[in-house]
Design a protein. Structure first.
Length: 264
């Protein structure tokens, strides 16, 4: 069984004690990290490696940044979402870990909307849709995990009316997210957890965590070959309640080893 988690850590250096604590307690096999806000030179690689993980990152100074931490070797690393050679924002990394192709995604926020940032978000989602189609044609066990900055339904938001015009909830964002899922991907969390008002993000302002004023914007999307092996999923709320916590908390799933039929 492989335990995979996606987590927007909101600065790996600022949250390093919390990250190391969680790695020891939760013991994931693969971590898809977002908003690491570090470059190769400033990333605390030694600390993560000492915790038992190999590391691959696509970093950017003080902004964005994505990474993969894995107990097994990380191979065939690819950085940057295809489709725009002028896009220099560090938001996408994919690689093979064992028999799984995994990707860590930090999709643009898009606010204020409408506007240039929202237009960039929608173009980025269009590129992701094209790339996902290409990946699915390879018929591999694939996990596209990350901070998608999309609230899929009103049930994934504590205040749908108040957030209706936000870039995370606008219909254009939701339509593109549905198009991605409808390629044949399975939302790992929703495969086992159908109840509304389960969240992965709580703002630092206004006591949102204490009031459970949250959003579900972190998702693990699985190809059919990975979904056939999905055995469990959930949201680990524990890290969000710690001091100096990220405003996100990990979303996780467990993938069973391939059977002879699935390997064939």
């Amino acid at each position: 069984m492989t335990r995979i988690a996606t987590w927007n850590v909101n600065s790996i250096r600022a949250r390093l004690p919390r990250v190391l604590e969680w790695l020891a307690e939760f013991s994931p096999d693969i971590v898809l990290a977002q908003e690491i806000k570090a470059t190769d030179e400033t990333f605390p690689r030694e600390a993560i490696e000492d915790a038992g993980y190999n590391v691959a990152i696509c970093g950017q100074k003080n902004f964005n940044g994505v990474g993969i931490f894995a107990r097994q070797p990380i191979e065939d690393v690819r950085t940057g979402l295809p489709g725009d050679s002028d896009d220099d924002q560090a938001r996408y990394i994919e690689a093979f870990v064992g028999d799984l192709r995994v990707a860590s995604i930090y999709l643009p926020n898009g606010n204020p909307a409408p506007g240039d940032k929202y237009d960039y978000k929608l173009r980025w989602m269009d590129r992701l849709l094209i790339h996902a189609k290409d990946l699915l044609r390879q018929e591999e066990a694939l996990v596209l995990g990350g901070d998608y900055n999309v609230v899929p339904t009103d049930g994934d938001c504590y205040d749908p009316e108040g957030w209706a015009d936000d870039a995370l909830c606008r219909p254009e964002s939701r339509t593109r997210f549905r198009s991605l899922v409808h390629l044949g991907l399975t939302d790992a969390y929703r495969a086992f957890n159908g109840a509304p008002h389960s969240y992965s993000f709580w703002d630092y302002q206004g006591g949102a965590w204490q009031k459970d004023f949250g959003l579900l914007i972190d998702h693990l999307l699985l190809s059919p070959q990975a979904a056939d092996r999905l055995s469990a999923s959930g949201i680990d709320r524990n890290p969000r309640g710690k001091q100096k916590a990220s405003d996100h908390t990990p979303v996780w799933c467990e993938i069973d080893p391939p059977t002879r039929s699935s390997a064939a």
